[in-house]
Design a protein around this ligand. Sequence first.
Ligand SMILES: Nc1ncnc2c1ncn2[C@@H]1O[C@H](COP(=O)(O)OP(=O)(O)O)[C@@H](O)[C@H]1O
Ligand SMILES: [Mg+2]
Length: 320
Amino acid sequence: MEIEMPWVEKYRPKRLVDVVGQKNIVERLQSYVNKRNVPNMLFSGSAGIGKTSSSIALAKELFGEPGFQQNFLELNASDERGIDVVRNTIKDFARTLAFNADFKIIFLDEADALTSDAQQALRRTMEKYTKTARFILSCNYSSRIIEPIQSRCVVFRFTPLQSEEIKGKLLEIAKTEKVDIEPKAVDAIIYVSQGDLRKAINILQGSAFMEKKVAEHTVYNVSSRARPEEIKKMIELCFKHKFKEARDLLDKLMFEYGMSGEDVILQLYRTAMDMTEEELPTKKKIELVDIIGEYNFRMVQGANERIQIEALLAQLMKFG
Ligand SMILES: Nc1ncnc2c1ncn2[C@@H]1O[C@H](COP(=O)(O)OP(=O)(O)O)[C@@H](O)[C@H]1O
Ligand SMILES: [Mg+2]
């Protein structure tokens, strides 16, 4: 069987205009390209929202295709071979001249995974090559980056993508790939991916692989998530003291969808937070968060998942 290229790669933006959302950031990056002047930068934000893609698009526009191959280096700071390998790779890359440009660009992913000692070393490396290299550091939390690095970088905060932005991209890809997708399935992908476009595209590809016409249930199957209504129903069954039915539903979620205990708890939390004042008054919500937090903690500590969730369901019954 032919192995298909992952759609996340196939549809990775090639130019800055292809980057979805992040409007202010993209505008500023475009102005750097126009002036051919790029500062060191720190990109912070959650996964799958365009940090790597924006860096690649910037470099492609700045250097053109052949230049991009030679002048752009993508590295992961948390390379298991250690920070020395990372630094040596940077050194080798930065000491040769850029092709048709004044500087090269080094994109360092997961910079916040580095210890502060390693970050100090990185800072010295950055200083050493200020003339010939620009750094783009990517991280989930800028607060985990040491101050001396932050102050040497222009900081850009990427935000999770809006539903409409995700939807636009999904429909565009579905059209090109000739995937027939129901509107409800699109909404389901948006619900499950929570602003993460990489996740959204992967779920679309996984669902399309399962069946040519993508339906809502396929999306939940592929992503090991329950429909929000199913979780809500489980909560309501508990409120109504229907423990057996609630357990049966839990079985279905865990066995049919392959959800882990933690998946169930996280979704329970989300669903409870989304319930209206009438369905669950704020005061009770707060109590519930407390309880969910407790059971989540126990599970992370290694207690039996199934037992913990059933115990949590029993607790929910007190809310009815
Ligand atoms: N803002 C975006 N615009 C267009 N595509 C995106 C965007 N964010 C994510 N993607 C898609 O998801 C994939 C992963 O995105 P990436 O830029 O690597 O995310 P990050 O670096 O923030 O984790 C890309 O290849 C692309 O297909
Ligand atoms: Mg990335």
